[in-house]
Ligand binder design. Structure first.
Ligand SMILES: CC(C)(COP(=O)(O)OP(=O)(O)OC[C@H]1O[C@@H](n2cnc3c(N)ncnc32)[C@H](O)[C@@H]1OP(=O)(O)O)[C@@H](O)C(=O)NCCC(=O)NCCS
Length: 141
């Protein structure tokens, strides 16, 4: 991982991030990623989308969403050919650091029950499912 750096995405990279998620992310049971949606995130909080970049290549992502109240993680993904090399762990650590800088005290992640590969990294980073809660959702028409 010689030249790998973690940094906030810049606007010109947003289409490439969408393409990266198409091949590298978990895409089940969630709203479809769109150009409008990722640009809205960028306008609202440009530093929330953290990339792992090797040269000019995006090899990992995470969204560290701070809404002023709670800390939420989304879109943790690592390029398939770069997995098990610590990139995912570094992305989660960078997101946690961002939350600490705002005074955040607890972080949550949306993790599909069936995504057992992901369970490994969340457990390794100290996360656990919170049995008392389930998520109630309603699509906005
Ligand atoms: C989940 C994902 C982000 C992990 O990224 P990664 O860069 O491979 O993770 P790391 O190398 O930092 O792994 C850190 C630790 O997590 C655990 N872990 C990671 N991948 C694992 C796997 N496939 N099986 C079991 N444990 C795993 C291990 O404890 C690992 O430490 P180790 O390699 O020293 O054993 C990657 O597999 C991925 O992009 N998957 C598809 C998208 C996805 O499911 N994202 C999560 C959405 S909630």
């Amino acid at each position: 991982m010689g030249d790998l750096i973690l940094r906030a995405a810049v606007e010109a990279e947003l289409p490439a991030v969408l393409e990266f998620w198409r091949v590298a992310a978990e895409n089940d049971s969630r709203p479809v990623d769109t150009d409008d949606a990722i640009r809205a995130l960028y306008r609202r909080d440009p530093a929330a989308l953290i990339l792992a970049v090797d040269g000019s290549e995006i090899v990992g992502t995470i969204i560290a969403g701070w809404d002023g109240w709670r800390c939420h993680l989304y879109r943790l993904a690592v390029a398939p050919q770069r997995r098990r090399a610590g990139i995912g762990g570094r992305l989660v650590a960078a997101a946690e650091e961002r939350f600490r800088s705002f005074g955040g005290t607890r972080v949550d992640a949306m993790v599909l029950d069936g995504n057992t590969v992901a369970h490994g990294i969340w457990a390794a980073r100290g996360y656990h499912p919170q049995g008392e809660w389930s998520r109630w959702v309603k699509p906005l028409g």
